[in-house]
Structures are given as C-alpha cells and as structure tokens.
Design a protein around this ligand. Structure first.
Ligand SMILES: [Zn+2]
Length: 484
C-alpha cells in the first residue's frame, strides 16, 4: 500500500541519523532512580523543534520530565478520520554496573554492528524509531509546502501522538500515570504502540514475532507472622522465624496453570510451525491448540507435568518466562525476623510480589495465597495489602492488532506473529485507565545471539544495526497504514 507519506525503504543516510539519535539518547543518563528524564525530554524537545513539531515537556516532580508531541491528520478528530494513534515509550532506564560491561553502558558505542548501552533494547531504540517516524511525517508535510505544526500531514487521516514518559521502570506514577490523571485528553487514542513486543524471537528455526496484547497485574502483600517471644535455650514451634520459613517454602511451590486468551491463541498459531516433539508437549497443556483452535481459557493440567515439558522444550530463561505467563506467580522478596541470636522471635514479616494473570483479581489472589499457605499457618498471619495493579488485556480482534500482524508478515514473509502476554507491567496499565488499548510493538528483527530477554535490564545491552534497519520501516508502515 502506498500513501502520500508511504516510503518503505530506509536510506543509509536515514539509518545513520536514527543510529545517531539512539546513541545520543543512551549518552543522556536517565537511570531510575533518580530518573533525571527531564534531560532526555529537553533533548527530544529540541529534536522536534528542529523538525517544526511543537512539543510539550512536563516536569510535575523535580527532574521527572515527560514529553508529548502531536502531528495532525486531515480527518481527526471529528472529520471521520478516526481517533489518533499514540506512539508511547519511556525515557528512563534501569541501573547498569559498568565493571561487568564490555562497553561503557552510557557511552552509546557503535561497535561490531551494534549500538551498545543501557536502554538499547529497553527502550531507547523504540524511542528513537518513534521520533524518526515523527520526523518523516514532518518532512513529508514540509515537502508538500505545509507547516507540520498546524497543517495536516499529507496522506494522514488520524493524528499521531508521540508520548515518552518518566518513571516507567518504577511504576510510571510520575510519568504516564501523572499524565493520565492530569492531561488524559493529550493521550486519548484509538490505540497505543509501546514496548515489550514486536521483537523477533527464533524458536525451532522459526521467527516468531510476539505482539504484546496483555500484561500481568501485581499485588504486593506484607504477611505479619505471629509467634511467641521466648528464650533461645528452650526452642519452641511458636518461633515466628520458623513459621515464616514454613510459609515461604509453601509459597515457592508453583500454583495451578491457567491459559489466558493471548497464550491460548498464540499456542494454536505456533503449533503448525513446531516440531512433533514440541507439539506433543503442548498437547499435554492445551489439546485444543493442537487441534488448531485457540486453547480454552483455562485448562486443568498437572502443573508438574507442564514445568517438566517447559524444561525439556525451552532454554532455562525462556522456560521461566513461559512459566510466568501461565501462572499467577508469587515471589518472596523480603523476610524479616529476630532481634538477637538467643531470643526466639515473636513476630516476623514476609513481603511478597504476586503477579496476576488477566482474570485474577485481588480477592482471587488472596484466596490462592490462603490455599497455598494452608489453614493452620494461615491462622498465624495477618495479611496487609500494600499495592495493587490490575492486569490489562487489549482486544485481539481490533483493526489495529490485525494490521500489526499483517505488517509483520509483509516485511518478513516467513515471520509468524503471535499475541503475547507480558509477565511484567508496563505503562499500558495507565493507558487502560482511560480506555486506550496498548499493543507492545517495537519491531526489531534479531539474529542468533541477540537474546533480547537476557539483554533487557542485563549486562551488555545492545541492539544491532540490522535490527534497526528492519524495525523502522515496519513501524512506519504500521503507523501510516493505520492512520491513512
Ligand atoms: Zn521498558
């Protein structure tokens, strides 16, 4: 499909421009905490100004900057062009320990065909690609003699909004959360494209493109364990540390398996491309998927059998990730007990991080906690709920999602797009509060050795030049075809 703005190929000059933008972003340290995203926001404000695109930078908390910019279609908002498309991203990154890196994590080195640095994958590469899409749109307007600040972009019916936020790595409340609470109209859109999907993953020789349609929610609990204080010379089963240890051991057991819509559909899509051995293992988990139908939303299967199948079929990192996608998980983060070696602790505290699948609400998670801990130990604790975030699920039958799958295949005829549930939370949870469905789609085609799961938040985070060369035209197509 061609539009006035349609342009599939990226010239070497534009690729160089994209790479320089990414390197510039990596060099501005925006480690959260403390964040300092305002420095990146100001940098991007200048990049947009150079293209004639007005941008708004907000700094609701010192140093915590987010940036929003918009270009116009000719049909929006009321002319029948449809609601805008939102290009969402975050400006902050997680910390990096330079001693264990081959390159300076904040140097933005270009070496061996890769751009190296914290944020190369999560997610300054997507920020750079989204900015580049905005640049292209503005340039198309200027080439047509129009002002990108006020005039419609040639060929565009919908508006395109760019929003890159502070604080995503710590929950997003000072970034996307604040924007949703204070300026929801800036972000209202038919849909958003965000991180955590669209990156190729090769399995069994097949390139899958997981597109994130859902993400898990979270509940943080503090368990107050009640024992009885005593003298260490006379041990007792009422020792709160011992009770806590028994509780922790029970929480470590994997709970029941549950397939959500995203994973069920994904399995059904993957089956025709997998080996006989892999299909046999999936049959144990989701018989319907093997029959070519989306697996049922819930399947009564033996958790131990599923874990064994995952270990057989996947490398350890992938097995853990997939396991997290089919369980409400419980991770023990903190255990506190005791004041002195010879004093039997009368109280203990356990803090746990529960990650909930779409369909599991907080009362259901609490019930599951009770089931795992058992009545006898349950009677010894008081449960305090410290934080709740709901799981989110965007529709799979929306025009935007269907287009994303089509665009992937148009650019990689052998690629297999599949819907995907992220086991972690992103800013999609904030957009869901104003009804904006968010799809994880930061397209990068990766080769062997580019294990993105390890690189996100890991040492030697890097993105290949080839991945970017593939990614920008895919993102461009998705944006212009949806908005045309
Ligand atoms: Zn991220």
């Amino acid at each position: 499909m061609t539009t006035d703005v349609g342009r599939d190929e990226m010239t070497d000059r534009e690729l160089a421009e994209l790479i320089e933008l990414l390197r510039g972003l990596i060099r501005i340290k925006s480690v959260n905490p403390p964040g300092d995203e305002i420095l990146v926001a100001r940098y991007l404000e200048q990049v947009f100004a150079d293209e004639g695109i007005p941008a708004t930078v907000v700094e609701p908390f010192p140093g915590r900057g987010s940036i929003v910019a918009r270009v116009h279609g000719d049909g929006a908002p009321k002319g029948g062009g449809g609601d805008p498309l939102l290009l969402l991203s975050h400006l902050d990154v997680v910390p990096a320990e330079p001693a264990s890196w081959k390159h300076d994590p904040f140097g933005g080195d270009l070496a061996d065909g890769y751009v190296w640095g914290r944020g190369a994958v999560d997610m300054k590469s997507m920020v750079a690609m989204e900015v580049q899409v905005m640049r292209r749109l503005a340039r198309a307007a200027r080439e047509a003699g129009r002002n990108p600040a006020t005039d419609p972009i040639p060929g565009l019916r919908r508006d395109v909004i760019f929003c890159s936020t502070a604080d995503e790595e710590a929950g997003g409340w000072q970034g996307a959360g604040w924007l949703v609470d204070n300026h929801p109209d800036w972000l209202r859109a038919a849909g958003a494209l965000n991180e955590a999907g669209g990156m190729a993953m090769t399995y069994g020789g097949v390139r899958f493109y997981p597109i994130q349609v859902a993400e898990k929610g979270f509940v943080v609990y503090k368990l107050h364990v009640k024992g009885r204080w005593g003298h260490g010379s006379v041990p007792t089963p009422d020792n709160a540390a011992v009770l806590a240890a028994r509780i922790v051991a029970r929480l470590a057991e994997p709970g029941p398996v549950r397939l959500t819509q995203a994973i069920g559909v994904s399995l059904a899509r993957a089956v025709p491309h997998l080996t006989v051995r892999a299909v046999a293992a999936i049959a144990a988990l989701a018989p319907a998927a093997v029959a070519g139908a989306a697996a049922t939303p819930s399947a009564a299967v033996d958790p131990a059998r599923v874990e064994a199948a995952l270990r057989e079929l996947c490398d350890p990192i992938l097995a853990r990730t997939v396991s997290a996608m089919i369980h409400d998980t419980i991770s023990v983060g903190i255990i506190r007990a005791g004041v002195k070696y010879n004093v039997i602790p009368g109280v203990a505290e356990i803090e746990i991080d529960c990650r909930t699948l779409p369909g599991t609400d907080e009362p259901a998670m609490l019930e599951e906690l009770h089931r795992r801990i058992g009545d006898e130990l349950w009677a010894r604790i008081e449960v305090e709920c410290e934080q709740i975030g709901s799981a989110v699920q965007a529709p799979l039958d929306s025009p935007l999602y269907r287009l994303l799958e089509k665009v992937v295949v148009d650019h990689d005829a052998r690629g297999v797009p599949v819907p995907f549930l992220a086991p972690f939370a992103t800013d999609a949870k904030h957009l869901a509060r104003i009804g904006v469905p968010t799809y994880g789609f930061s397209p990068l085609k990766t080769g062997s050795g580019d294990g993105l799961l390890e690189l996100m938040h890991g040492d030697d985070e890097r993105v290949s030049v080839d991945a970017l060369r593939f990614g920008l035209p895919v993102l461009w197509d998705a944006v212009t075809r949806f908005c045309a």
